[in-house]
Write a protein that binds this ligand. Structure first.
Ligand code: GTP
Ligand code: ZN
Length: 215
């Protein structure tokens, strides 16, 4: 493993825990070897037929599950911010979340509800889901994921307010550890008018609880 002088520009600002000096560059082969070592440590034979391509598959899967480190808001937005004279709440509900907890690298499965009150600008609806994907496909804690989604929208649109609720089940609490099947966690991040005005916050909460008749 060597130390990079610079983080590739695509990662700038996305790797929270490395300074520019210390960002390690790890080859694909080194990553596969690490998975092979894990398999050996688990008492498996990494050379048996079913496992011989597993290191390659695991590295590919983990790279996909953390691909959000290589995205940027600019890129995913693709210019889809539009001037619109509205200040009514926009809510995108039930956005599925597939993230990975940073403590165990196990799945966090759930959904996000994202609302904002525009102040002259709206964003393409699909981009709200793409923002959730970008931050979801990183090693996360749910609280940070929720706040990052809220802060991204706040920064991009400078709206009157943003509210985000994430409801998710952590496989590290279900499949191992305390093993609480069916437990889930709700986190919220409110900015602007949603934090200042209880009525607006309540409207958001009641909209995310309402069951539409097409679902
Ligand atoms: N706040 C928060 N905690 C999380 C999240 N994901 C996992 N955790 C918790 O992180 C904690 C790590 O605790 P440790 O005691 O260091 O790890 P552990 O021995 O594996 O803990 P147990 O899960 O209790 O067996 C656990 O309580 C997890 O439930 C998250 O998104 N937010
Ligand atoms: Zn965990």
């Amino acid at each position: 493993m060597t130390l990079a002088k610079e983080i590739p520009t695509s990662l700038n600002g996305n790797l929270p825990n490395f300074s520019t000096e210390a960002a390690p560059v790890v080859s694909e082969e080194e990553m596969r070897q690490a998975v092979r070592t894990l398999l050996l440590g688990l008492g498996e034979n990494p050379d048996r037929e079913g496992l011989k391509d597993t290191p390659k598959r695991v590295v590919k899967a983990l790279k996909f599950l953390t691909s959000g480190y290589h995205q940027s808001l600019d890129e995913l937005l693709n210019g889809a911010v539009f001037h619109e004279n509205t200040d009514e709440m926009v809510l995108v509900r039930d956005i599925d979340i597939f993230s990975s907890c940073e403590h165990h690298i196990l799945p966090i499965l759930g959904r996000a509800h994202v609302a904002y009150i525009p102040d002259g600008k709206v964003i393409g609806l699909s981009k709200v889901a793409r923002i959730c994907e970008m931050y979801g496909r990183r090693l996360q804690v749910q609280e940070r994921l929720t706040a990052q989604i809220a802060d991204a929208l706040q920064g991009l649109l400078k709206p009157k307010g943003v509210a985000v609720v994430v409801e998710a089940s952590h496989m590290c609490m279900v499949m191992r550890g305390v093993q609480k099947v069916g437990s889930w966690t709700s986190t919220s991040a409110v900015r602007g008018v949603f934090s200042e005005d209880a009525k607006t916050r309540q409207e958001f909460m009641s909209l995310i609880r309402h069951t539409p008749n097409f679902s």
